[in-house]
Design a protein around this ligand. Structure first.
Ligand code: ADP
Ligand code: MG
Length: 432
């Protein structure tokens, strides 16, 4: 299938050619006609398969047809979990609207209010926003949804993981009932499906993720590490091997990211940390440094790396395994973007084995065990834990704690965001 068969406006067609896209990806082929038809849609596809253009292109097509409604408010609203992702969606919008007159902008946390208020006062066709800041403006009566035609929930799974569920629902409720709602996600399971059923009307469903979960274009393997020091040595071994082009290293905490990046710099490896405590400008600059090749290793936390779109990342290294198994899929999806192949290496320390088995369950395959000469682990792989006895108290406490971390506490979204009052240093200590 070619792009012209999708019957998009000729100005959009022209911008697609200019972008150098030759043919639509599978999700684009299947989703674009549905979006153009006006139906609600929930769609899942692996990271890096072009979901952004799958909604940006048909949304722009709609914008190019005049609205019958008076007013200035946005006709398309895209909600994304992070600032980086919002900016990337906006870049896509600009890229594909270069031959048409379309106004777009973003409302994201961590940025000054002034320009955002100006943006909201003017005429706006497409608005990309993170839920928290958008709600802020809504509560002050600064957002006009009277013209809204399309609501897009991008990376819906992640948005829910990050605790935005009530915010997303509140925003959706403030938009016209007549709207078209589109939900994009890496998976269409559990909570995502529940929310989809609440916010979408008779949606069409396109699920491409399940069959792609194995990430065929990405080689995955792991090393058993005895300790942090062992992990660091394994990491340096790979970074110094000369086989890596650009790498993204994931740590569990912000402090961990800082520390690892610092140690690497001490070894003359060009690296930098990327995490949520850095200013928006610093984060953008750091990502740009990787893109331009001024550094070749980025040490990041999950949240900071979300939506990072750098085409030539050759390796993703899990210095720590993610707590949520789904994040493993998101992480390794940062390599092997579009058609390039990539490699994902996991360093599995004493605290990571349980996470590994959850990941292997999720991806439906064993991650290949590999040993580096001279850096062999001193102990063997722990055997999978046998079924806990009912009386095993410590175990019960553990699962209770784990549950608390993933389920949502009652109360409003804002209360939960604010959390119990803690000093800044306590918050920093808590990390990631
Ligand atoms: P996803 O949201 O599914 O993770 P993105 O929308 O971020 O994926 O797209 C991943 C990369 O693929 C981007 O760099 C994008 O420019 C590129 N891309 C998207 N669609 C196409 C296409 N039809 N042909 C070539 N590259 C594409
Ligand atoms: Mg995406």
């Amino acid at each position: 299938m070619q792009f012209n068969e999708l019957k998009l406006d000729s100005r959009i067609q022209q911008s697609i050619e200019k972008a150098g896209f030759i043919k639509p990806t599978e999700i684009q082929q299947r989703a674009i006609p549905v979006v153009l038809s006006g139906a609600d849609l929930m769609a899942s596809a692996q990271t890096g398969t072009g979901k952004t253009a799958a909604f940006v292109l048909p949304a722009l097509d709609r914008i190019l047809r005049r609205s019958k409604k008076p007013g200035n408010g946005p006709r398309v609203l895209v909600l994304t979990p992070t600032r980086e992702l919002a900016m990337q969606v906006n870049q896509n919008i600009r890229q594909f609207s270069r031959f048409s007159k379309v106004s777009s902008g973003s409302i994201i946390g961590g940025m000054a209010y002034g320009p955002q208020l100006r943006l909201l006062r003017g005429r706006l066709d497409l608005l990309v926003a993170t839920p928290g800041r958008l709600l802020d403006h809504m509560e002050r009566g600064k957002v006009d949804f009277s013209r809204l035609e399309i609501l897009v929930l991008d990376e819906a799974d992640r948005m829910l993981d990050m605790g935005f569920i009530d915010a997303v629902k509140e925003i959706a409720e403030a938009t016209p009932k007549s709207r078209q709602t589109l939900l994009f996600s890496a998976t269409l399971e559990g909570q995502v499906l529940k929310v989809a059923n609440q916010l979408l009307k008779k949606p069409e469903s396109i699920a491409l993720a399940a069959s792609n979960r194995r990430h065929k274009s990405i080689q995955q393997h792991m090393h058993h590490a005895d300790s942090k020091a062992h992990k660091q040595k394994l990491l340096e071994h790979h970074l110094e091997s000369g086989q890596l082009f650009k790498s993204l290293v994931f740590t569990a905490t912000k402090r961990g990211a800082e520390q690892v990046a610092k140690v690497l710099r001490g070894k003359n490896l060009k690296s930098a940390a990327l995490h949520g405590d850095m200013s928006q400008n610093k984060r953008r600059q750091t990502v740009e440094n990787l893109r331009k090749g001024r550094i070749d290793t980025l040490v990041a936390t999950d949240v900071a790396a979300r939506g990072l779109d750098i085409k030539d990342i050759s390796h993703v290294i899990n210095y720590d395994l993610p707590t949520v198994a789904e994040d493993y899929i998101h992480r390794i999806g940062r390599t092997g973007r579009a058609s390039a192949t990539g490699c994902a290496i996991s360093l599995v320390g004493p605290a990571d084995w349980k996470k590994l088995s959850q990941i292997e369950k999720l991806i439906g395959q064993k991650v290949k065990r590999e040993v580096v000469d001279g850096l062999e682990p001193t102990s063997g792989e722990p055997r999978p834990a046998s079924k806990p006895k009912r009386t095993a108290k410590p175990r019960r406490r553990f699962s209770k704690g784990a549950k608390q971390a993933t389920t949502h506490k009652p109360g409003s979204w804002r209360q939960r965001q604010a959390g119990p009052k803690r000093s800044r240093s306590a918050r920093v200590k808590k990390a990631a």
